[in-house]
Design a protein around this ligand. Structure first.
Ligand code: IVH
Length: 707
């Protein structure tokens, strides 16, 4: 562990070095800095418990980069800077695995496991076996080779015998150490197996980014992880936030060095191997694994985990049960397909088959035409699925879908359902081709497709479908959040001629609405006040609500943060827009076009006259410094606020939300059933632990000063 003072001292020395004051101790100093960085990477990527903030880490990292650039002779192959290969991967070389990568036998219920246990005991000639039970990670499998403590190769599973050499890409994954002290276990060369994963959170964020660019989302984190490993640009791999879990050692050779008894012992059991991997810096499932005797305990543990499945940060599709004694594993051996000493217990399927009955074509608010499959409703992981987006024409072609096909549908956790494939084997010849329309299904104008785009588009901005979709989007929860003004009401008012455009929301004729069936005094009052309140939504919500192409919630925040008033965007050139964080050519062009369009400006003018707030209130508050620089984290279930609302309040007052408990945290807000975060926070004396009510009064206190 390094104290702040030590880090400061180190910074001073390294800065001198970076400025060219070469000293005898140069290598030692740089190596110290590298160790500091490695230590913080370990806290962040393996323990999930950072001790310093991202900017502090970046500062140290940049310092190291600067020194290494000035003194290339001081660079080592395992320096944290060496993860970022600058060259592109031309293509991946095929490499042979040291030991074939077999798959596992599958089981689906308690009876299967009881059967397997009986056979395993016969083969092992034992009355009882000790098992190690751990999650079955649902990602992309990889194999890593370390020699003399250095990572020398990373490969995909491929066909099990040979895979692609993806070493450069593997080095981008921060939870894979570039060096690991296997030598302390007397190991010279070692082949390790594991899974590359994208957490559910990273996957969601990634898909949101794709959606902002009108690119169909990826189906599940597994596809996202395996696709990422094959990226041609290693830097892009680095941006994908991949994680690695290592769970098996397939092969190792030994050195002549003597090894402590404590270390040697670990090499004889599977659970010991997982511990050894953890000890040398890998993320192995030591916290999730359990060693136990008797198949009934195994069954219980598998079921417990299945219940927790949705709460885990990453996807698992089952559990793996392994004989713990490695000598016994060797004796039990393998069949041609799988080891006899292990079995996978697969969780209940999140897939089902159904019939594709029809495809409808919906017009989105930007005019893009989305094909939507209508299937016989099926029940998958807790919900009934009847409609599934097919995103664009290419998806229909790639999957060769036809009306009348039997289709395989998947719905993983909170991920939107999708069609995996059609089952061509069971076609009876009556299936019909899906014909993509040439004209807009609503306004009948001709459809266009831009070069390089997958979506067909209706370019008539007066198209009633687009007008309605724009209003629905404007009022939606993540935009202006006008409660009681959902999709059904927007459609109804539009059809009745009570509403024709976005400004019309603020001039609704409530007397006319009051005369309609289903609208009592109370519901009119609710609607009226929800519309009134929406006028004061923060600027980023207004920008998102405008439905500018490619401008999702994240981009809207970036834009709002760079202005004081919405109309400031009129003065932004495409070049200026591109200087903002994460705004590229396409987004800049779209924003610029929107704010140069007379019709759009007229609409914004009307909204302003109707009292919609267009000033950046956040800047005012932050300038007053109410919660500026204060960090917050929420844990447990909140009763009065949604988590997203609470986080928004913090951000509005200039505070920051942290991802985990660390010494950087100022406030932990504790809801019901708070768990490990609370326990951890209690150990750090500087963290203030407050209730939801305390939080609300804190926010209230600060908001009173608001202009
Ligand atoms: S052990 C010789 N343990 O599941 C067997 N595999 O269907 C070595 N997997 O190819 C595999 N989590 O990609 C093992 N905890 C775990 C696993 C796991 C996921 C994958 C692995 C393997 C497949 C087997």
């Amino acid at each position: 562990m390094y104290s702040n003072q030590e880090i400061a001292e180190l910074q001073k020395l390294t800065r001198k070095l970076a400025e060219g004051n070469y000293t005898e101790k140069a290598f030692e100093i740089v190596e110290n800095l590298r160790n500091v960085l490695r230590f913080h990477e370990y806290r962040y990527y393996i323990l999930n418990d950072p001790l310093i903030s991202d900017p502090e880490y970046d500062q140290l990292y940049k310092l190291l980069e600067k020194i290494e650039k000035a003194h290339p002779e001081l660079v080592t192959v395992d320096s944290p800077t060496q993860r970022v290969g600058s060259s592109l991967n031309p293509s991946f070389r095929t490499v042979a695995h040291l030991v074939p990568m077999l798959s596992l036998e599958n089981s689906y219920n308690a009876d299967d496991l009881i059967d397997w246990d009986r056979k395993a005991k016969e083969v092992a000639r034992k009355d009882e076996l000790e098992y190690c039970v751990e999650p079955k990670f649902d990602g992309a499998s990889i194999s890593l080779i370390y020699e003399n403590d250095y990572l020398v190769r990373g490969a995909t599973r491929g066909n099990g015998m040979e895979g692609d050499d993806i070493t450069t890409n593997i080095k981008q994954i921060r939870s894979i150490p570039l060096t690991a002290s296997f030598s302390t276990y007397g190991i010279q060369q070692i082949e390790i197996r594991g899974e590359i994963m994208m957490s559910k959170k990273a996957f969601k964020q990634y898909n949101e980014q794709l959606a902002e660019q009108n690119i169909p989302p990826l189906a599940n984190p597994r596809n996202a992880a395996s696709g990422s490993l094959r990226m041609k640009d290693p830097k892009e791999v680095g941006r994908r936030k991949l994680e690695a879990f290592l769970y098996n050692v397939s092969y190792y050779t030994r050195t002549n060095e003597t090894v402590s008894r404590e270390n040697e012992v670990l090499l004889h059991t599977h659970s010991g191997i997982l511990q050894m991997l953890w000890n040398v810096g890998f993320r192995s499932p030591v916290n999730e694994m359990k060693v136990m005797k008797g198949i009934n305990r195994v069954i219980d543990y598998c079921k417990d985990f299945e219940e927790k499945r949705n709460d885990l940060a990453y996807e698992i599709d089952g559990m793996v049960i392994k004989v713990n004694d490695l000598d016994l594993q060797d004796k039990m051996g393998m069949t041609t397909h799988h080891p006899r000493w292990a079995i996978a217990y697969k969780f209940k399927a999140r897939q089902a088959t159904s019939k594709l009955r029809n495809v409808e074509f919906q017009v989105g608010r930007t005019g893009s035409i989305t094909p939507v499959a209508k299937i016989d409703p099926v029940f998958i992981s807790g919900v009934t699925v009847g409609s599934i987006s097919l995103f664009n024409e290419d998806v229909i072609k790639e999957k060769d879908l036809r009306i009348g096909d039997t289709v395989l549908v998947e719905r993983a956790g909170d991920v939107i359902p999708y069609i995996v494939k059609s089952l061509a084997e069971v076609r009876d010849g009556d299936e019909k081709e899906i014909v993509f329309p040439k004209k807009c299904p609503v306004c009948k104008s001709e459809l266009y497709k831009e070069e390089g785009e997958a979506a067909w588009r209706c370019i008539n901005i007066e198209c009633p479908a687009q007008v309605v979709e724009r209003m629905i989007h404007f009022a939606s929860k993540d935009a202006m959040d006008i409660r009681s003004f959902g999709e059904a009401n927007v459609r109804k008012f539009y059809e009745l001629g009570l509403l024709k455009d976005i400004p019309g929301i603020y001039t609704l004729d409530f007397t006319a609405i009051g005369n309609m069936a289903g609208f009592g005094k109370k519901s009119i009052e609710n609607l009226q006040s929800a519309i009134e309140e929406s006028k004061n939504q923060p600027l980023n919500r207004l920008i998102f609500a405008l439905g500018i192409r490619y401008v999702g919630e994240t981009t809207a925040k970036v834009l709002a943060n760079s202005i004081n008033h919405l109309f400031d965007l009129k003065e932004f050139s495409e070049e200026k827009l591109q200087t903002l964080e994460d705004i590229g050519v396409k987004v800049a062009k779209s924003v610029h076009t929107f704010f140069q369009n007379e019709q759009n400006l007229k609409m914004l003018q009307q909204l302003q006259e109707l009292g919609v707030e267009m000033n950046n209130k956040k800047n005012d508050i932050v300038a007053k410094g109410e919660l500026n620089g204060q960090t917050f984290l929420f844990t447990g279930t909140l009763n009065k606020l949604k988590r997203s609302e609470a986080e928004e309040k913090v951000e509005q007052l200039g505070g920051k939300i942290l991802g985990s408990v660390s010494s950087k945290l100022n406030y932990l807000v504790v809801g019901e059933d708070a768990g490990s975060k609370l326990e951890k926070a209690k150990k750090i004396h500087t963290v203030k632990i407050i209730s939801e009510d305390d939080f609300l009064s804190l926010v209230d206190k600060h908001t009173k000063y608001k202009i």
